[in-house]
Design a protein around this ligand. Sequence first.
Ligand code: LLP
Length: 463
Amino acid sequence: MSRSAHPAGPRHADVLTDGHYSAPPADLNALDPKVWAHTVGRDADGAVTVGGIPVTRLAEEYGTPAYILDETDFRERARAWRTAFGADADVFYAGKAFLSRAVVRWLDEEGLNLDVCSGGELATALSAGMPAERIAFHGNNKSPEEIERAVAAGVGRIVLDSFQEIVRVAHTAEALGKRQRVQIRITVGVEAHTHEFIATAHEDQKFGIPLAGGQAAEAVRRALRLDGIELIGIHSHIGSQIFDMSGFEVAAHRVVGLLKDVRDEHGVELPEIDLGGGLGIAYTSDDDPREPHEIAKALTEIVTRECESARLRTPRISVEPGRAIVGPTAFTLYEVGTVKPLDGLRTYVSVDGGMSDNIRTALYDAEYSVALVSRTSDAEPMLARVVGKHCESGDIVVKDAFLPGDLAPGDLIAVPATGAYCRSMASNYNHVLRPPVVAVRDGEARVIVRRETEEDLLRLDVG
Ligand code: LLP
């Protein structure tokens, strides 16, 4: 949504929550390809289609709300990352963004590796047949059982996050008669330009071992002394929804600085560095994300330059995009239940889901766009707020959006760019059932995660 001072002065109807004024887009029926999945379009009747299937048919067959995932788009984005980084680098898809067995198989087929951060994600990856050596295991408090399972399975790397964990992983591996490949996650003091709760490389936070005060160098010292682990590199993840590459530049500079110190002190050149994930996507037309090939070029150049000036061999680079691969590939399909105009303010549009299928608006103040997808409309735009069905006034899906003024109960609306961190952070609040994920490809749809049922809920409630 474009933001500007309103030329004619304040008018209630288009005062957005943040005090800006906004003009409605020229054509409410247009679907900005920046925020919608690749195969999205409209058919002759005006219904939005994905992979050649109208959303009206998807709603009929699978119900609403539902996450509709464009498999073709997912594979294209995964492949674009893989191709951009080439054979001398590794792309680990961050499973926390969205993980299911179908997704694991697509990643495997497209040649990507996988980053998991819990026993549950590891189990999903292994059960879908992802080769263990292509899995990286993360987390700031891995349980002894998780560590043992990861080592026993033979994961390609465990990313160590604390001094205690260095010892725990080394001992577990030794007990299993193995030598586990590990990286050490450090914090480099970079705060990415993003929402405070999801920025993770500044020092005052739970992840990683601070570079400051020599703690990271001490972690390397200890790791190099232990037989059960083989230190292969340093890991840094600086935040989320980042557009500006300068944060990565500072991070790479500092990581390479540590590699140089390690070489000078121990005579060891660590062969790998991981720069994490965090690359931004377009949630609204205002966002301008970079293409994978631009990101790959920028990161490779930064690391190569830093290593040349430190006289180090350029290490193998890996990255961990989650949102940038899956985020744009899915939208959430809702049915409108009620339309409530509040005079001089805005119109509240209630849908059949809400904060249980998308907590990001309530939690991070995230911005989304929305469109009427079951038909087109020439009605005047109205300033709307899309809200859910939960017993909480903060249950907002899209805070400020223009929708056609003739929107009515029974219409289908869709919120694009919900592929990342929506299903994976979904809850059962109010015992609302979590929606299915329906994958669409070349005119065919199939459920890859089914809708939760009341039986599912009651099965956990053992009385
Ligand atoms: N690698 C590491 C070590 C991470 O901690 C994360 C995200 C990623 C990779 C993937 O980041 P991505 O490329 O998806 O931004 N729930 C929040 C995001 C939390 C991200 C946590 N770590 C949200 O909905 O925005």
